[in-house]
Design a protein around this ligand. Sequence first.
Ligand code: FAD
Length: 145
Amino acid sequence: MKTLDHTRVTIAAQAVGVAQGALDYALGYIQERKQFGHPVSDFQGLQFMIADMGMKIEAARQITYAAAGRSERGDKDLTFFGAAAKAFASDTAMQVTTDAVQLLGGYGFTSDYPVERMMRDAKITQIYEGTNEIQRVIIARQMSR
Ligand SMILES: Cc1cc2nc3c(=O)[nH]c(=O)nc-3n(C[C@H](O)[C@H](O)[C@H](O)COP(=O)(O)OP(=O)(O)OC[C@H]3O[C@@H](n4cnc5c(N)ncnc54)[C@H](O)[C@@H]3O)c2cc1C
């Protein structure tokens, strides 16, 4: 169980990387793709999505760094931080990669573009090293101690 406190931080880092990769790809795409005479990145509805994706990824990155520091030092609250970083970053990766598919429209769904694979890659980070339901059990248990 103690080993998992440390290894969960690596799953959080993996999730942050998948999410950042999907955002980077989608950002490039929406600046090139034109509809109604404009790059689709000009549409405010998509700008709001991009802003949310960027905010969530940065929050996930920061909690992952916070957990990594605790892993290095062997801090007592690592159990909470390892589970919280894993659950938060993987839920973020799932949301962000799903939004990235949406930003590419129909092309996002096809295997000609990488974001559909990223969406599947994000999914496993919510499952292995303990599902996110189990992370929440751990987090709640730590909070009641
Ligand atoms: C690609 C891949 C790689 C893997 N690599 C490894 C590895 O290297 N080492 C290793 O040990 N394992 C590995 N696993 C296994 C992985 O850790 C488990 O699949 C995961 O922990 C979930 O267990 P389970 O599949 O038995 O799901 P189950 O325990 O059957 O869960 C089914 C559902 O019930 C929920 N659930 C179960 N118990 C509770 C509860 N108490 N409260 C609320 N909800 C609950 C779960 O969250 C899930 O939604 C890997 C799995 C995959 C798919």
